[in-house]
Design a protein around this ligand. Structure first.
Ligand code: XMP
Length: 510
């Protein structure tokens, strides 16, 4: 294991991911719990992350100097490098010239860290402070025009530090540097692979569950689908999956989930599909206010699930599709500011009788979850699915939700998705969908006057869904989709493209 000690930097999850891409398992731990974690896990190496603070200020995040005495290799990145210097007697202060962005760095290729790296290499810098003087014992292994100490090392003590960010892709040979650290310095073998992870997880689940009963709420999303299949492979018929069709899913989604998990699918499990569509439509009748719609759907969902759970009776385990970013974002993993308390972590349903929770994906990043899904043989259309909100299409229909409007937005959305995929744009986008505005306007079709709805197309690029940019899509793609939607979907006579970023808009419409 490589332990990433989190000092609050924005790229911390990236560091762990890049290490895992070297087939070495990596975890993030807050600096406040780092020494405990190091003693417990005995990692092969430690990486200090960046962070927004200045090391020389009183209350800045720090760590005991004991960490340097354990013989475990340490790599400091940005704030982490400054901290290492500060703690070991170097001098850090405000840089005369702050560096931000792609910067040419001159590296000493004799360093273990820079083996195979070009002598002049482009790296990503982002710092206001700089290391004026390295700590005694260290030699300087890289410099830039504005930064005399861009990397430093004390090979005999396995201490390395870089001012730039090798984890971001703008650092062109960053992956090489990180793999040099984990292989050459830490001596890791690179044996962590997805198939071994999946295999080991299945065995561990089997051992844990014994002959117990397991319940899983299946949403049809990537995480719950992968978790369900893992459980199905581990314990088969001891698992019951409950899928609630609230009638607000995308076109054909319910059928797709049922064909994979139902009796005609490849898995040997108990599958319950609850057709609750009418219940939800009844509850949503006449409701226009976004928050009210969300609340009604959330509550009704719990009610339906509760009824099904009662029929099953007490279970031993409840499966949750929590993934690693959820854990980290909830503050359980690292130090980065608590962004949102995710519903999967902490907030356990109190309406189901169960003894223990199973979270088979707790250690995986989203793309790793998708790979685990592929490893498990789950169809690609489920594995590569984009995020879809719990309240479903209800928050993509502005105003009252009716069956007629659901059908419109489903059909328009299906066309939008189909054409985006056909144009090969899907890989570049974070999320894309159609929403039905509550606007009706005059049009002309044939020789007839129409007074119909306008649909809004949304496509954004984002890495974390907290901020997003509108996607710059080719005009002919938008034109083609527009023409198909107005021709193929009754009661839509206008198509708009949403050019707003988040902020100020949100990704969804309600
Ligand atoms: P917004 O609209 O807030 O959405 O920019 C950010 C991301 O969160 C998803 N989203 C939800 N996911 N339950 C969910 O599981 C919800 O109630 C919900 N609301 C929004 C949204 O699709 C986007 O990916």
């Amino acid at each position: 294991t490589i332990l990433v000690v989190d000092f609050g930097g924005q790229y911390n999850q990236l560091i762990a991911r890049r290490v895992r891409e070297c087939h070495v398992y990596s975890e993030i731990v807050s600096y406040t719990k780092a020494m405990e974690a190091i003693r417990e896990k005995k990692p092969a190496g430690i990486i200090f992350t960046g962070g927004p603070n200045s090391v020389y200020l009183e209350d800045s995040p720090s760590i005991s100097t004991e960490v340097f005495e354990l013989g475990i290799p340490v790599l400091g990145i940005c704030y982490g490098s400054q901290l290492m210097m500060h703690l070991l007697g170097g001098h850090v202060c405000v840089a005369p010239e702050r560096e931000y962005g792609k910067t040419e760095v001159n590296v000493d290729t004799k360093s273990k860290l820079f083996q195979g790296v070009s002598e002049k290499t482009i790296c990503w810098m982002s710092h206001n402070d700089y290391i004026e003087k390295a700590a005694p014992g260290f030699t300087i292994s890289a410099y830039t025009t504005n930064c005399p100490v861009a990397a430093m090392e004390w090979p005999e003590r396995n201490l390395y530090a870089v001012q730039f960010h090798p984890e971001v892709l703008h650092t062109q040979e960053g992956t090489k540097m990180l793999s040099n650290f984990v292989y050459n310095v830490c001596g890791c073998k690179g044996e962590w692979t997805m198939d071994s992870f999946v295999e080991k997880s299945i065995e561990a689940i089997r051992a844990k569950v014994g002959d117990g009963k397991v319940l899983c709420a299946l949403s049809g999303g990537v995480d719950s689908s992968v978790a369900a299949v893992m459980l199905a492979k581990a314990v088969g018929k001891q698992l019951t999956c409950v899928f609630v069709d609230h009638g607000l899913l995308r076109k054909n989604e319910s059928e797709e989930v049922c064909s994979v998990f139902g009796p005609e699918g490849p898995y040997d499990l108990n599958f319950i599909c609850v057709d609750a569509r009418q219940r939800f439509y009844d509850k949503l009748k006449g409701v226009e206010e976004p928050e009210k719609k969300r609340k009604i759907i959330g509550e009704e969902f719990i009610r339906v699930f509760e009824e099904e759970a009662k029929k099953i009776g007490t279970v031993d385990f409840l499966v949750q599709g929590t993934i690693y970013p959820d854990v980290v974002e909830s503050g359980a993993g690292g130090e980065s500011t608590v962004i949102k308390s995710h519903h999967n972590v902490g907030g356990l349903p109190d309406y189901v009788d169960f003894k223990e929770i199973i979270e088979p994906l707790r250690d995986l990043f989203k793309d790793e979850v998708r790979n685990a899904g592929r490893q498990l043989g789950i169809p690609e259309y489920l594995v590569s699915r984009q995020p879809f909100p719990g309240p479903g299409l209800a928050i993509r229909i502005i105003g009252e939700v009716t069956e007629e409007k659901i059908k419109m937005v489903q059909d328009a959305d299906a066309i939008w998705r189909e054409e985006i995929a056909a144009a090969g744009e899907d890989k570049n986008l974070g999320q894309y969908f159609a929403a039905l505005t509550n606007m009706r306007s005059v049009g002309v079709m044939g020789d007839e006057r129409t007074y119909d709805y306008a649909v809004a197309l949304r496509a954004v690029t984002t890495t974390d869904f907290m901020t997003a940019e509108p996607a710059y899509l080719p005009w002919d793609l938008i034109a083609k989709v527009t023409s198909r939607i107005v021709n193929e979907v009754p009661h839509i006579n206008r198509v708009m493209y949403d050019c707003t970023g988040k902020p100020p808009a949100t990704i969804e419409f309600e």
